[in-house]
Design a protein around this ligand. Structure first.
Ligand code: COA
Length: 335
């Protein structure tokens, strides 16, 4: 029996509050022109006080369940990818578990930053193919707005990120006549560059306490990034891992109906698409509206692609990521 994991429903949720580039220019020395030119981002969403990451994840999940015509009780396991956990511990998945009111099914967070959703798909794929679980909820969920430095000092990073969540329900497909499902997934990491894009504190390795006043004064609790270094690696690794995955699946670039790339920077995706000669009609981006939502970017994009009719049942698509870690990955699937 050839058991595959297929995506039977997707959903997304972003907060209502729109923050434009002009809004950010009131807080720091930046401009709409600089942000648009460098990143292609026009606006992003920020949560309002009182909203929790799990609230976004719950709404995205409910939409995915509705699309799949399933109930919460149909889910056997939850894998949630995030780099911005609701609490230091436990992971956001446990707060989502509470919000959904599920039975005692397992849940856990997976930390692979912007590659987290594709890494989570690989884990869910393993669970399903091994027969351990029949339906796995995979969520990407980020709240960046409470963790970025909205001053001149943090402007290079702050303007890029937004809040959001995306969810997909994976289900075992054992129908020999139905080719829908994940075909190949490839994951990579390079820890030697962990400090090229990271948040240093709070840190369990910092003694005697994880964060102190001096660290806060030095702004070491905000993300730091070597932007050009990240850019260079992203435009190299993304085509590499995409081609590796297609090769493993015995597919060619021309076979793919829609290419989804992580939404870190539109210029990165334009560069990759140009290098691989991917025609414009086979690409989709939503970074202009949401910025970089890290682990949530790919499932949000997937949900928009499906709902907009850009991706239909039977079509082949790829999802390719690069992010902090460094981590990079690609998956190819048939809807
Ligand atoms: N507004 C205005 N000016 C800004 C700015 C902002 N938000 N952020 C930085 N600048 C300034 C810099 O201070 C620098 O000024 P200087 O020349 O006077 O020193 C100038 O703009 C150029 O900065 P630089 O960092 O060289 O810009 P860049 O062309 O590399 O673009 C990024 C910056 C961040 C857009 C780009 O490096 C990038 O996209 N990197 C990858 C980011 C990424 O994908 N991260 C997430 C991976 S998951």
């Amino acid at each position: 029996m050839n058991l595959r994991a297929r995506i039977v429903g997707t959903g997304m949720c972003v907060p209502d509050r729109v923050v434009t580039n002009d809004d950010l220019a009131k807080l720091m020395d930046t401009s709409d022109e600089w942000i648009m030119q460098r990143s292609g981002i026009r606006e992003r969403r920020y949560i309002d006080p009182g909203t929790q990451p799990a609230d976004l994840a719950r709404k995205a999940t409910e939409r995915a369940l509705e699309a799949a015509k399933l109930e919460t009780s149909d889910i056997d396991c939850i894998v949630l990818a995030t780099l911005s956990s609701q609490a230091d511990f436990p992971g956001t998945s446990f707060f989502l578990h509470e919000a959904l009111g599920t039975s005692e099914i397992p849940c856990f967070d997976l930390r692979a930053q912007c590659s987290g959703f594709v890494y989570s798909l690989a884990v869910a794929n393993g669970f399903i193919r091994s027969g351990m679980y029949r339906r796995v909820l995979v969520v990407g969920c980020e709240v960046h707005s409470t963790g970025i430095d909205l001053s001149d000092e943090g402007r290079d990073v702050a303007v890029l990120f937004g809040d959001g969540a995306g969810a997909a329900i994976l289900e075992a497909n054992d129908d020999e006549n139905d080719p829908a499902g994940l075909i190949e997934v490839r994951l990579h990491a390079q820890g030697e560059f962990a400090r090229k894009l990271w948040i240093e504190a709070p840190a369990s390795g910092h003694t005697p306490v994880r964060i102190d006043h001096a660290m806060i004064d030095e702004r070491r609790h905000f993300p730091k990034m070597e932007g050009r270094f990240v850019f260079k690696h992203a435009v190299t690794r993304m085509p590499q891992v995409l081609m590796e995955t297609l090769h493993a699946a015995s597919l060619k670039l021309e076979d793919i109906d829609l290419f989804l790339f992580h939404q870190a920077n539109l210029r990165i995706n334009e560069y990759v698409a140009k290098e691989l000669e991917i025609p414009e009609e086979k690409q989709i981006n939503n970074i202009e509206k949401y910025g970089n939502c890290s682990a949530a970017s790919i499932p949000m994009l997937l949900d928009e692609a499906i709902r907009a009719g850009r991706l239909a049942p039977g079509q082949l698509f790829s999802m390719t990521t690069f992010g902090s870690g460094f981590s990079w990955s690609s998956a190819v699937a048939r809807l």
